[in-house]
Design a protein around this ligand. Structure first.
Ligand SMILES: [Zn+2]
Length: 278
């Protein structure tokens, strides 16, 4: 499932090619994904793209008529931009043609993605966004902010930090990695963390996401691919997916610890190392 870094990478790719281009063709190969396509989706034909932004895992394509095309990649969505002559592939649900002949193709085999249209000025109040917490890179996301949000939370910090109403973008992989980096036991009650640990957690979340975005950015091949592939970032995970192996960048003795531990929290795997934890 694309996480925030992948979506950011897709946005960066789109930002290279879409702004100032006019949409000259809108082809819908079905009428819905997770939700129906907007009835007036065809009305973006003739509009020019102004900028590309991201909010949480939503891609925002701002148009020159004060509207925004909202795209979510769901579980398996991919957006590709190609100048080659378009050849239909299975699961291509939406194809936009630009005035330079390029095609923006939204392919989504599992169809958990979505496409919506909204007035740009009303986006903050849009039902997709009202409940969301701040972006992890927003200056609002601080240790003091976390302390306030965590103070009544008895749940494990791993689950608390993944709550999108608290802060967006900390998916399952990044939660394990950030907690490991901050040396916080993922099972600890969120409310029990001291200010110093919360400060480390904020820094760790930002660093992990930044590193992943950078890996994605560097894997962007030129113009053509905006598929959000994260290059070799997986090879840099310190604990995620490494049960029983040595954690990267840690001095623990695998003979004594048995390597990275895996537990299930909220139905998802958590990976951690017990050495030197808060
Ligand atoms: Zn370790």
């Amino acid at each position: 499932m694309p996480e925030l870094p992948e979506v950011e990478t897709v946005c960066k790719g789109l930002a290279r090619v879409l702004p100032n281009r006019k949409i000259v063709g809108v082809r819908q190969n079905r009428h819905d994904l997770r939700i129906p396509f907007p009835a007036d989706l065809g009305s973006i034909k003739g509009r020019k793209v102004t900028t590309i932004k991201r909010r949480a895992k939503y891609i925002l394509v701002h148009l020159d008529d004060g509207r925004t095309l909202i795209i979510h990649l769901g579980m398996s969505g991919q957006l590709t931009v190609s100048k080659k002559k378009y050849a239909a592939e299975k699961h291509d649900h939406l194809v936009l043609t630009l005035d330079n002949g390029a095609q923006v193709v939204f392919n989504d085999p599992r169809r958990f993605g979505l496409v919506a249209l909204a007035k740009t000025k009303d986006l903050a109040q849009h039902k997709f966004f009202t409940h969301l917490g701040p972006e992890p890179f927003d200056k609002k996301f601080t240790a003091a902010f976390l302390a306030e949000k965590f103070k009544s939370k008895k749940v494990a910090v791993k689950l608390a930090i993944m709550d999108q109403t608290l802060v967006v973008g900390v998916g399952n992989i990044y939660a394990s990695e950030a907690l490991f980096s901050a040396r916080i036991d993922p099972r600890r009650a969120a409310q029990s963390l001291k200010p110093e640990a919360l400060k480390k957690l904020v820094t760790a979340v930002r660093n992990i996401l930044k590193t992943a975005i950078r890996a994605g950015g560097s894997s962007l091949r030129d113009y053509v691919h905006a598929d959000g592939s994260l290059g070799d970032f997986q090879q840099h995970f310190a604990v995620y997916g490494r049960e029983g192996q040595k954690c990267r960048g840690c001095s623990c003795n695998i003979q004594k610890t048995g390597g990275v531990k895996r537990i299930t929290q909220g139905g998802r795997s958590t990976f951690y190392c017990l050495l030197k934890q808060e």
